[in-house]
Design a protein around this ligand. Structure first.
Ligand SMILES: C[S@@+](CC[C@H](N)C(=O)[O-])C[C@H]1O[C@@H](n2cnc3c(N)ncnc32)[C@H](O)[C@@H]1O
Length: 247
């Protein structure tokens, strides 16, 4: 128990000290991807086309679909918190998977609570908390209120801080977000639950993986096919939450 309290204390320090470091404070200029390159890549990307055809708000949907097809973290009846949900494709996928059949209310219905610091346009079947920064303690209270006394079966995060183009800085910012997600998940999940978070491969990703392993029986590093191969994006998935008493 003492170990758990110390671990939580560390998370709290990392989490509450969270401040995205502003690129404006740094003198170094960084070259980004040009809008031309971005457009060319979008136009030749089969997942962009497929997302349009299936009415997903963006191609990210396929990353969650691939991960869930493999690990089954979303099931009918589940309570799921989706962090960094805008524009909403993960929420669209999750709503479908936690509700056995939306037209038959007698069947198992889950609950999806989606948070983003941007606006999220309505998605039927989801509780949307837009214009809410996940790192703000009041957002956590709003999510807990929306959970209505229930604990989560899965906490999923595709959150990414605004990229500065300075790799070390971006990595530091996303790792801090991941620790906030982990802290939220371990304090608000049922035993047996999962946590999924996006990050960019960096020096600290191994430490985060080991920290997730202190609370979850199984940890996987996942790189879905739909995640661009030229990106360092990866996902850490913790399954079978041990519960705080057993960590
Ligand atoms: C890659 S997008 C998510 C895409 C989403 N999963 C989907 O499928 O539509 C990352 C999102 O994280 C959000 N985000 C980043 N930092 C955040 C924070 N501190 N609190 C809430 N949302 C945040 C951004 O506003 C952005 O909408």
């Amino acid at each position: 128990m003492k170990i758990v309290i110390n671990q939580l204390r560390t998370f709290r320090t990392a989490a509450f000290n969270y401040k995205e470091i502003s690129p404006g404070k740094l003198k170094r200029k960084v070259k980004g991807v040009s809008s031309h390159e971005w457009l060319a890549r979008q136009n030749s990307d089969p997942y962009v086309e497929k997302a349009k055809m299936l009415n997903y708000r963006c191609r990210s949907a396929f990353k969650l679909i691939e991960i869930d097809d493999r690990f089954k973290i979303l099931r009918p009846g589940y309570h799921v918190v989706d962090c960094g949900a805008s524009p909403g494709s993960w929420t669209q996928v999750t709503v479908k998977r936690v509700n056995s059949d939306a037209s038959d209310k007698s069947l198992l219905q889950g609950k999806v609570i989606s948070v983003d610091r941007q606006l999220i346009y309505p998605i039927e079947g989801a509780t949307l908390i837009g214009n809410a920064d996940f790192t703000d303690p009041t957002s956590e209270q709003t999510i807990i209120k929306a959970l209505n006394g229930n604990k989560c079966d899965a906490v999923i995060s595709d959150m990414a801080p605004n990229a500065t183009g300075i790799r070390d800085l971006d990595n530091e910012n996303i790792i801090k977000l991941c620790y906030m997600v982990l802290k939220f998940a371990i304090t608000n999940s049922k035993v047996g639950a999962s946590v999924l978070m996006k990050l960019w491969q960096c020096g600290d990703s191994k430490k985060l993986e080991l920290d997730i392993g202190k609370f979850y029986e199984k940890v996987n590093v996942v790189k879905p096919k739909s995640s661009r191969s030229d990106s360092t994006e990866m996902f850490l998935l913790g399954r079978e939450f041990k519960g705080l008493k057993n960590s």
